[in-house]
Design a binder for this molecule. Structure first.
Ligand SMILES: COc1ccc(/C=N/OCC(=O)N2C[C@@H](C)O[C@@H](C)C2)cc1OC1CCCC1
Ligand SMILES: [Zn+2]
Length: 345
């Protein structure tokens, strides 16, 4: 029996190593599987792997143990929400890593910009309480008071991330010089704050402008001017925001798990609102929801408008991912019909 147990443990570790290796260049890695095989530490495993694969630790002389302590401390501060948890952070980190490899970004970003973008993705929802900004504002929460109702959650995530650096042995920025540290901090703050859904429309506007300029400027070569720090920062903000809203562009079995999770998180908020005699927020009433219809709306009015312009900026590498969105939408639409029947039934 002992030999069988050890053999199974060995096979699990080999399978885990293969899954983690696939995060280098695969869109749609099953991070739920990585979570199960890594004793619920997917963020630490994947972040350590990707930062080493990108040679970030060597470039900035960051000790592996320091990075391990920092990312473990961050992972421990993610709550076990159905959706906004450490697996979601790993998902956004890995999607951001994948899209930074798009050919249109070749020789565009500095190592510090890549470090800042992936760091921001890893920490972008840390200590998320599983309720929306509006709920925190409506309930006069300490966080809303602290941040004056402005990007309450996002301010909290980035503040907690930088506070974690001063935990014993966790300062992954200690080897950066003053200028690097100042630039890194500015980029991480702006990328995490840009994940606030209230900035969604602004992302689309900036991307449209950038694509228009690309279309008009004859230089069909690389459209992104590596000298323009402001444009590059806006692109990194949109890259992480797109990764944050990438569930409908993942293989269907993963997309459906994320949908179940976000709905359960919204429904728990609705339960809280009911118990507090507050008006139940949209999409949060478990007694009265049409999951497929709300996903159709999410895709048509939130996800597709963003990704359509993003794919134009990053063509042709985004096309396979856009194809997944299209096929998922067709499947959801087919379910709306059967879901209606169920309700009619
Ligand atoms: C797979 O589905 C989802 C994945 C991710 C998200 C994340 N959204 O952003 C964070 C968030 O909490 N909000 C605030 C809320 C008031 O409005 C939200 C559109 C954005 C939402 C998803 O579906 C929602 C939207 C339609 C049905 C449920
Ligand atoms: Zn997020």
């Amino acid at each position: 029996v002992e030999r069988l147990r050890l053999t199974r443990k060995l096979n699990m570790n080999i399978f885990l190593a293969q899954l983690i290796e696939s995060t280098n260049d695969t869109w749609g890695v099953d991070l739920f599987e990585v979570d199960a095989l890594s004793n619920h530490r997917p963020l630490t495993h994947v972040a350590l792997h990707l930062f080493k694969q990108r040679n970030i630790l060597k470039q900035f002389q960051i000790r592996e143990l320091t990075f391990f302590k920092f990312i473990s401390a961050i992972e421990a501060k993610y709550r076990n929400n159905p959706y906004h948890n450490n697996i979601h952070a790993t998902d956004v980190l890995q999607a951001s890593h994948h899209m930074l490899n798009f050919s249109v970004f070749k020789n565009v970003f500095t190592e510090l910009e890549v470090f800042a973008a992936l760091f921001a993705a890893a920490v972008h929802d840390v200590d998320h309480p599983g309720v929306t900004n509006q709920y925190l504002i409506n309930t006069n929460s300490d966080l809303a008071i602290l941040y004056n109702d402005e990007s309450v959650l996002e301010n909290h995530h980035v503040t907690l991330a930088f506070q974690t650096l001063s935990t014993e042995g966790c300062d992954v920025l200690s080897t950066l010089n003053r200028k690097q540290h100042q630039m890194f901090r500015k980029m991480v703050i702006s990328v995490v704050l840009a994940t606030d859904m209230s900035k969604h429309i602004q992302h689309i506007g900036h991307l449209k402008t950038m694509v228009e300029i690309r279309r008009l400027s004859s230089s069909a070569s690389s459209i992104i001017d590596p000298e323009n720090a402001e444009d590059k920062l806006q692109i990194l903000q949109s890259l992480v925001h797109c990764s944050d809203l990438s569930n409908p562009l993942k293989p269907l079995n993963l997309y459906l798990q994320w949908t179940d999770r976000i709905m359960e998180e919204f429904f728990r908020q609705g339960d809280l609102e009911k118990s507090l005699n507050l008006e139940v927020s949209p999409l949060c009433d478990r007694e009265n929801s049409n999951i497929c219809k709300s996903q159709m709306g999410f895709i048509d009015y939130v996800v597709h408008p963003l990704w359509e312009i993003w794919s134009r900026l990053t063509q042709p590498d985004c096309q396979p991912i856009m194809d997944i969105l299209e096929s998922n939408r067709v499947w959801i639409a087919s379910q709306v019909l059967t879901e209606d029947d169920k309700h009619d039934g």
